[in-house]
Design a protein around this ligand. Structure first.
Ligand SMILES: Nc1ncnc2c1ncn2[C@@H]1O[C@H](COP(=O)(O)OP(=O)(O)OP(=O)(O)O)[C@@H](O)[C@H]1O
Length: 373
């Protein structure tokens, strides 16, 4: 976690001490055609998968922002769109003061160097027929950064930095363990001296001991190389360890965001609370305690529920407003920079106390009605 970042800094809080905004996304959407076949197009099937559907997000210089949410909530698509591996369908992406949402070809080259994406499976970014040293060195040639001895010196220094030995420069990806490959993935991302690194589930394929080692390494590298991070994970324990701020995604939208401590200690959105309730806990006797997960399945990304997209699964469902109106992100009183999109934020204490949450059967009915829409 960045030692220089003020966790309480908000997007609206303009002070001189405020860190520089490195990346700003406004109303970013990424929709995929549901069917790309010629016949579907001829039949006029123009339905889309709303993978990311109107996201605003800022990453300040030196901070780590976490994106969490269930599988299919749009985390990876958001990360790829903000790093311009995907072109957004709509919205703006400003990187270091420059609009990059419509950049292509030559214009994107310097951006590719400055924003790096680390995939969950580092093998996917490594050529199985090249040694890992060659794969890490390649971006130095592509971006005309270094060649010859200088190139190999940079690669060897980075290997040492992440705890890999010189002999591993000549190894092929399949000869390395999962942890070593993830370290090579880090070298490949850092070799171009980027400003922003997007990590997509960086440790989910590793066992718990290795996870801790890689997360410590990621933290140390951030301080040493003055990096900003966007970290995508479905594992809240991981984001808690490394992130300054967290954005919670549900069905392509951000439903809550704030400083890490505020999200964990004062969650406002029922979805966030359900995610936190589902974190596996270790009991006093060392056994794993079963936690309550979320009811129901994530909604269709093609035809998301009306109003609040979480309403069919929400334990706090309020008839009328939840399916009827989309809640917008609003400030959570008392927590700087903490926002949530939930109709409950508009309700008084008395209304909250008088509310009877829907029963399990009623929630099943709400879900089936929403699926029929
Ligand atoms: N290239 C694509 N074409 C069509 N649909 C896609 C594509 N990529 C993602 N999607 C869909 O977009 C939605 C969001 O997917 P995404 O992978 O971004 O979610 P995620 O939160 O990262 O999930 P996971 O944790 O499982 O990776 C899903 O419904 C997914 O099926």
């Amino acid at each position: 976690m960045s030692s220089t970042t003020d966790n309480t800094t908000t997007d609206d809080d303009a002070t001189d001490a405020r860190p520089r905004e490195l990346l700003q996304a406004a109303n970013v959407k990424k929709h995929f055609p549901l069917n790309e076949g010629l016949i579907d197009r001829l039949l006029g099937d123009d339905r889309v998968v709303r993978a990311v559907d109107g996201v605003d997000l800022t990453v300040h210089a030196g901070e780590t922002v976490g994106i969490v949410g269930e599988s299919g909530s749009g985390k990876s698509t958001l990360g790829r769109t903000l790093s311009r591996l995907y072109e957004p369908t709509d919205g703006s992406v400003v990187f270091d003061g420059q609009h990059i949402e419509t950049h292509s070809g030559r214009e994107l080259r310097p951006i590719r160097r400055r924003i790096q994406y680390v995939f969950q499976d580092p093998m996917s970014a490594l050529n199985p027929r090249k040694t890992v040293g060659q794969s890490v060195a390649r971006p130095l040639e592509v971006h005309d950064i270094a060649s010859g001895d200088e190139k190999w010196k940079r690669v060897a220094d980075l290997f040492e930095e992440v705890g890999l030995g010189p002999s591993q420069l000549d190894a092929y990806p399949h000869e390395l363990s999962g942890g070593q490959r993830q370290r090579v993935g880090l070298c490949r991302a850092l070799v171009t001296e980027p400003d922003l690194v997007v990590f997509d589930e960086p440790v989910s394929a590793l066992d718990v001991t290795l996870q801790a080692q890689i997360l410590n390494l990621i933290n140390r590298l951030q301080r040493e190389f003055d990096l900003s991070y966007l970290l995508i994970s479905h594992n809240l324990n991981v984001v808690r360890q490394v992130c300054d701020r967290i954005a919670v995604m549900y069905a392509g939208e951000i439903v809550e965001r704030g400083a890490t401590a505020d999200i964990f200690e004062n969650p406002q959105h029922p979805y966030t609370r359900s995610l936190l309730d589902a974190i596996p806990q270790i009991d006093g006797d060392g056994t794993r305690a079963d936690r309550k997960g979320l009811d129901g399945e994530p909604p269709s990304a093609t035809n998301p529920p009306s109003g609040c997209r979480f309403h069919p699964r929400c334990p706090e469902f309020i008839d009328g407003s939840c399916p009827g109106q989309k809640p917008s992100l609003q400030d959570v009183e008392g927590d700087a920079g903490h926002e949530a999109a939930c109709h409950w934020l508009d309700r008084s204490e008395a209304e909250r106390a008088a509310h009877t949450p829907p029963s399990t059967t009623e929630r099943e009915v709400i879900r089936s009605e929403s699926a029929d829409d």
